[in-house]
Ligand binder design. Sequence first.
Ligand SMILES: Nc1ncnc2c1ncn2[C@@H]1O[C@H](COP(=O)(O)OP(=O)(O)OP(=O)(O)O)[C@@H](O)[C@H]1O
Ligand SMILES: [Mg+2]
Length: 286
Amino acid sequence: MNPANGTNAAGRTEDTNATNAARNTGPTSNVEQSTRSAVLLEVRNLSVRFGNLHAVSDVSFNALRGHITSVIGPNGAGKSTLFNLISGAIAPSDGQVRFDGEDITGFAPHRLTRKGLSRSFQMTNLFPELPVFENLRLAAQVLEPASLLAMPLRRSHKARERADELIERFALKDKAHELAGTLSHGEQRRLEIAVALASRPKMLLLDEPTQGMSHADTEDTANLIRQLSAEITILLVEHDVGLVMNLSDHVVVMNQGKKLAEGTPLDVRANPAVQAAYFGSGVAHA
Ligand SMILES: Nc1ncnc2c1ncn2[C@@H]1O[C@H](COP(=O)(O)OP(=O)(O)OP(=O)(O)O)[C@@H](O)[C@H]1O
Ligand SMILES: [Mg+2]
């Protein structure tokens, strides 16, 4: 947060209520309540094992409303597994995930989408044989009221509107009727973010959204994430440490399944353990 101009690391205006609540450390129960409400996602002592491998081990952190929280770490650190645990793709062996005040541990992904938690995948997760528009319309289907499920003709109204909106916003008008599988890699990654947004989530989980992108596409995606963060809470896994340091309000560093450190980009960059295990390894350069 830059106190001079009221903006944070991403150059956005702070969510004043959430931020004040997060900073308020007074002893009253009111304050405790408002502190809780500033936290959208709470990850508590989350663990999972694959055989003898502790892929994620006792990881805890909070993601505040309106902030970009990023998870970084070298290959195999457990970042995607952590995302899979949060987004319900796999069940933890221990620990808890709370979202918007509710225990969502072990909820199936479609249930989480209805709760407002949406994710994009490190590996593309589009329907390549369907047109761009249909990919978006299907993802927006969750917006239709359940009572209209028996009336398919009326049902598609909201989903279509949302798909149209996203086509416009993501500059995909020219591509709307092309099969998703025929788009360039950069376009597919962008479409994937649009698909994840289709359900109007409260929080967006992005797993390496710039993976395999050209420098120009990476910059476009960073700008897109920055814009999105004005309206949605973001949890980001990203290899490009420079991009993370520029975009994030809060950074969680993982190494070998464990949380090594967390803090502001500056705190994390200055942390000797992080420098030794990550920046010093030559894996990435800030
Ligand atoms: N389904 C699985 N079964 C067995 N082992 C797995 C499984 N998924 C991940 N692992 C292992 O768990 C560890 C953490 O993997 P994960 O994919 O979470 O790392 P990551 O930090 O996302 O890495 P990257 O930066 O390469 O994407 C790795 O050693 C990986 O081989
Ligand atoms: Mg990964």
